[in-house]
Design a protein around this ligand. Structure first.
Ligand code: FES
Length: 134
């Protein structure tokens, strides 16, 4: 099993992290719009899920902020050991078997990981009231 570091926060439009910041086969905790999100990586593939177990709607991590993974295949909820697949967040074993984690769409560009709906900060700054709103 591997663990990760405390949650990283990011500014709107900024990269969440570099791909290599996520341990290969492991996890990294980040915040997206004040929501705790777990990033998982296998090779150059990255998945994101809201850090909320479907069993009791609590975060998956142990008290020290680590989310455990096993053999680059599954992550384990620290509370009752439910196992969730990297690929689709489906619980394959445990008290919430058949339920799934909420996916967080991501995009990867130039080795950086972004929330899929994040916009560059400069684009947001240019958005103002439409002429029809005046
Ligand atoms: S709270 Fe996650 S398995 Fe029970």
């Amino acid at each position: 099993m591997t663990s990760c570091c405390p949650a990283l926060e990011h500014a709107a439009g900024a990269a969440l992290c570099r791909i290599e910041d996520i341990p290969d086969g492991g996890s990294l905790s980040v915040q997206i719009d004040a929501q705790p999100v777990i990033l998982l990586r296998r090779g150059m593939t990255v998945w994101g899920y809201l850090n909320r177990c479907p069993h009791f709607s609590v975060t998956l991590d142990a008290a020290h902020g680590a989310v455990l993974t096993y053999e680059a295949q599954v992550l384990m909820c620290a509370h009752h050991s439910a196992l969730f697949r990297f690929e689709d967040g489906l619980c394959i074993e445990g008290p919430c078997q058949g339920a799934a984690l909420d996916p967080q769409p991501l995009r990867v560009a130039a080795g950086q990981v972004y929330a899929a709906d994040s916009k560059p900060r400069s684009a947001l700054a240019r958005l103002g009231p439409r002429s029809s709103d005046r």
